[in-house]
Design a protein around this ligand. Structure first.
Ligand code: ACO
Length: 355
């Protein structure tokens, strides 16, 4: 038995490679740092979907289809019940889409993610949803719909850097979930809804909100060590640290840290976060000398999304806007290459008494 499936290889993929010993992530042949520095959301969609849909247009065509699909998704917002948290709103909205294997559905899933997320955030604030603007790139439109103001070029680029960085990452919990569902031929919507349900947990994509809570609770650099010691003594996990695969620093952490640093006005917050990071790493090394635990993607995700004015409650759903590109590509790959996923269990329950 391998609880957590740590040593199980359950798929072959051409989508991404996570090298946990050397801290390297490759997405379809590209180092993540290069993608983060230069690719837009639309580029990542094209990169991940190429070969998985017969009728994939070029990047400009895909950008136009995503823009159209944001409008189509906006028309569905009124059908989603109010009073739901952001992830539940997105999950419910996605469930309204036609569940098939088509490129239209993949595009609609990707376009609807920020439209539904922004509508949920605005509803929570007691404000009406903002209609998409098809003239904008997906990232610029996401920020506009979420914050109510037109982002600068630098802000839209920073969100691109984030969404591209998290677009795919091997067989993580949500991608594995999406592939299991896809393996039953349930459809891209079912695979993505299932992926989102796995992503939302605090040990996976729910970590960045709590990262900011931790930074706020620590408050000043002098409090860092005692706060961390208390948290570890309680048995808490420190959000934004540790990883199932990486035995060194998650390469996405530095790609996103660089994206935060490029935004004006972030140096003070960044310096404070670095002090906390140093204190956490020191304490974790002391508590777990045999188990290298380092910074993961979520620590600097939190700082980047905060610097872009995105509310904490939306962080996980914004993550899904990036990761749905990977879920849909993996779902198509699973359908093309894989069998139904069906592992076995060891029975440890009672056995029938002899008659
Ligand atoms: N804070 C405190 N202790 C930790 C942390 C942490 N962040 N991470 C691991 N540990 C501890 C574990 O409790 C375990 O201790 P134990 O042996 O006393 O039970 C020991 O370190 C070894 O744990 P691992 O085997 O490395 O943990 P695992 O692979 O099961 O979990 C996980 C990986 C879930 C990411 C874990 O490190 C964690 O909970 N981190 C905090 C949440 C987080 O940041 N999640 C985002 C991950 S990135 C992503 O999903 C997008």
């Amino acid at each position: 038995m391998d609880s957590g499936l740590e040593n199980v290889v359950a798929a072959e993929t051409i989508l991404s490679d996570v090298d946990g010993q050397n801290g390297r992530l490759i997405i379809r042949g590209w180092p993540v740092q290069l993608l983060a520095a230069s690719a837009a959301y639309e580029d990542a969609a094209h990169l991940l979907w190429a070969g998985f849909f017969d009728n994939l247009p070029d990047v400009a065509g895909l950008a136009a289809r995503l823009a159209e699909a944001r409008n189509a998704a906006f028309a569905l917002v009124r059908k989603i019940p109010s009073g739901l948290d952001t992830v539940s709103f997105l999950r419910t909205g996605w469930s309204l889409l036609r569940d098939d294997e088509s490129l239209d559905t993949a595009i609609l899933l990707a376009a609807a993610a920020p439209v539904f997320t922004a509508a949920a955030v605005r509803a929570e604030q007691g404000r009406p949803a903002i209609a998409p603007d098809p003239a904008l790139s997906q990232s610029a439109d996401v920020l506009r719909m979420l914050t109510g103001k037109m982002p600068s070029e630098a802000e839209a680029r920073a969100l691109d850097a984030y969404l591209v960085t998290v677009s795919d990452h091997g067989l993580n919990a949500s991608t594995f979930t999406a592939r299991v569902v896809a393996s039953t031929r349930a459809g891209l919507v079912s695979a993505s809804v299932a992926g989102l349900s796995a992503l939302k947990g605090p040990l996976h994509g729910g970590a960045p909100g709590p990262v900011l809570d931790m930074i706020d609770e620590i408050g000043t650099p002098e409090n860092a060590e005692s706060w961390i010691d208390d948290a570890l003594a309680r048995g808490d996990r420190l959000m934004g640290f540790g990883h199932r695969v990486y035995r060194v620093r998650d390469p996405r952490a530095d790609a996103l840290k660089a994206a935060v640093a490029r935004l004006p006005g972030t140096s003070g917050r960044l310096a404070f976060a670095e002090q906390i990071e140093k204190a956490v790493l020191g304490r974790l090394a002391k508590k777990y000398p045999a188990r290298p635990l380092d910074t993961n993607v979520e620590f600097y995700t939190a700082l980047l999304l905060e610097a872009l004015g995105i509310p904490r409650a939306a962080f996980t759903a914004v993550f899904a806007t990036g990761r749905v590109l990977g879920w849909t590509a993996h779902a198509r790959e699973q359908v093309a290459e894989g069998r139904i996923v069906r592992p076995r269990s060891v029975y440890t329950g009672p056995v029938p008494e002899p008659a």
